[in-house]
Design a protein around this ligand. Structure first.
Ligand code: HEC
Length: 191
């Protein structure tokens, strides 16, 4: 028969062992993930061609709020080298460039850029989780309006995407609808 104090001591040392093992597993896991994170290709391919920006200001606003994920001029900050943030950043930049890349204009990068105004108006872009670490991307209402006006002027009013959406939403008006006005973009918010 063990003394009560011995029982308590044994139980305590068992927990300590479990905690040590769990901690060790976590550290090992982090080291493995961190190794993978460091191996990610954080590339900035050459800038092939940019849109014909309507003004330097539009470009400046776009690069400030969107450029990290929608251009080949990503600022890979220190935390994009640290797991798990590295994986999120890598995925965002990869997917963002696939959807719209202003550094590969006319060679496929323009793909969905014409939906930018809609994305901004709906508050989907830039993504909310990006803003706390990038306060400069948190545009004021006035800057947002300037960017929207600039993007309409640069990417064309409504653009291909606008016409496409228009056709899906109202096929019978295909010919009657005036092409790509700003109000059209607004009218199809939330579709
Ligand atoms: C943190 C990275 C990041 C930033 C910053 C960012 N985007 Fe995106 N963007 C993405 C990702 C990832 C996707 C693809 C997934 C999705 O649609 O949510 C995307 C998708 C898009 C799309 C395509 C939407 C569709 O219909 O598929 C447009 C247009 C867009 N972004 C415009 C913008 C604009 C304009 C800004 C700046 C105001 C911006 N983005 C800022 C990551 C970003």
């Amino acid at each position: 028969m063990a003394e009560p104090t011995t029982i308590v001591r044994t139980a305590r040392s068992r927990w300590r062992r479990v905690a040590l093992i769990a901690g060790g597993v976590l550290v090992a896991l982090f080291i493995v993930l961190q190794g993978v994170a460091l191996a990610l290709p954080r590339t900035n391919p050459p800038v092939v061609a940019e849109p014909n920006w309507d003004s330097p200001q539009t470009r400046e606003l776009f690069m400030r709020a969107c450029g990290d994920c929608h251009s080949n001029q990503t600022n890979w900050r220190w935390y994009t080298y640290v797991a798990p943030a590295a994986f999120l950043a890598y995925r965002d930049v990869t997917e963002g460039r696939q959807k719209c890349n202003v550094s590969e204009w006319g060679v496929g990068g323009e793909r969905k850029c014409d939906e930018s105004v809609e994305q901004i108006q709906e508050g989907k872009m830039p993504p909310w989780f990006y803003l706390p670490l990038h306060p400069e991307a948190n545009l004021s209402a006035q800057e947002k309006q300037q960017l929207i006006q600039g993007l309409i002027a640069t990417f064309g009013e409504g653009g291909e995407g606008g016409e496409r959406r228009n056709r899906q939403a109202a096929p019978e008006q295909e010919n009657g609808e005036e092409e790509g006005s700003t109000s059209m973009t607004v009218a199809f918010r939330g579709s």
